[in-house]
Design a protein around this ligand. Structure first.
Ligand code: 13P
Ligand code: SF4
Length: 328
């Protein structure tokens, strides 16, 4: 059925008496579909997802699912990655406006020009980039495997790292390497306020600060622990503190609270006096209504050119292979 996608999502009216959660469950069974949801999604979207995880986990799940349809509750580059990993499946993104400022900070033509300055370098790109940038890369990484992946390469290997500058700087510091770094950034992780985090630390001297490596170095300096979203979740579970100040997108607090009902999680505030927490507006575009309509009408579908899939697949598969070998 033809639907209007002018707004980037299926905007068909929904009967207000419908229980969306059970209707989505029904449609999933009927169509052999799964929902893959990122940790930054709204709580109700995380709760209807068949798998909730970070970028690495989501790519690994896409690679092994037997479903015919993947509804990607995340942002565009994630859905595109899933389509690249399994081109024979139908991949749906409930709202095509779910972009990413980090992916946008690295346009492929500019990156291609930049790379010409560094012949003989291995190009490692963070998964938060377009398929065109992936196609220019040798290996893809996520925040969950970047350190181990870089460490798996010979110490004298010349590397260009993109597009996240903060993650690249963090890896350089941790490994003692001197990777050339593309100056991209995620607006959510860039805008944490050091002053407001320090104020929170003073108000809660028993709290530990945990931070994502996409944060600026002056935030990372304050952190007791640095890691990808799933690494932070794992840490909050096994560590014996009772209180944490969490410097990453606020969606992760839902899982942290669910897995640790007796601990307190305080979102680290951004550099914006009107707001106490730090949401990624792209992640929050995915709603139950959009997921329902997306499954019902099987739109908007992610289409990636076959040629581009071939090129982008190689560095993604290299990441999946290395991660499997390293047990990540
Ligand atoms: P991870 O999922 O690798 O933790 O990355 C966080 C992020 O910003 C995803 O958009
Ligand atoms: Fe992109 Fe940042 Fe949003 Fe993640 S949190 S999707 S990196 S803009």
């Amino acid at each position: 059925m033809e639907v209007n996608l002018a707004e980037g999502y299926v905007n068909e009216p929904i009967d207000s008496k419908l229980n969306l959660v059970s209707e989505i469950e029904k449609l999933k069974k009927e169509k052999n579909a799964i929902i893959l949801g990122h940790y930054y999604q709204l709580p109700e979207i995380q709760d209807i997802s068949d798998y909730v995880g970070d970028s690495l986990g989501l790519a690994q799940q896409a690679a092994k699912t037997n479903a015919d349809i993947i509804v990607f509750a995340g942002v565009h580059f994630m859905a595109e990655t899933a389509k690249t990993i399994c081109p024979d499946k139908k991949v749906l993104l409930p709202d095509l406006n779910a972009g990413c400022s980090l992916a946008d900070s690295c346009p492929a033509p500019d990156f291609e020009k930049f790379l010409k300055n560094y012949p003989g370098h291995t190009v490692i790109s963070y998964i938060n980039c377009t398929s065109e940038v992936k196609a220019l890369s040798d290996i893809i990484c996520t925040s969950g495997n970047a350190l181990q992946l870089v460490n798996s390469l010979p110490a004298n290997e010349k590397i260009v790292f993109g597009p996240d500058k903060n993650l690249g700087d963090y890896i350089n510091k941790q490994t003692g390497r001197n990777m050339v770094i593309w100056p991209g950034a995620c607006h959510v992780h860039k805008r944490f306020s050091v002053q407001r985090i320090v104020n929170l630390m003073n108000d809660h001297p028993d709290a530990k600060v945990i931070a994502h490596p996409e944060c600026e170095s002056d935030v990372l300096i304050l952190a007791h622990h640095i890691g990808s979203t799933s690494a932070l979740l794992k840490y909050s579970k096994h560590d014996d503190s009772k209180k944490y100040i969490v410097a990453t997108e606020t969606g992760i607090l839902h899982q942290m609270q669910k897995e640790n009902p007796n601990k307190t999680f305080i979102p680290a505030p951004p550099d914006d006096a009107t707001c106490a927490c730090n949401d990624c507006q792209y992640m929050k575009l995915i709603t139950l209504q959009k997921v329902y309509n997306s499954l019902k009408y099987e739109q908007p579908e992610i289409i990636v050119d076959a040629d581009l899939i071939e090129k982008a697949k190689k560095p993604i598969n290299r990441m999946l292979d290395i991660s499997a070998k390293l047990n990540l």
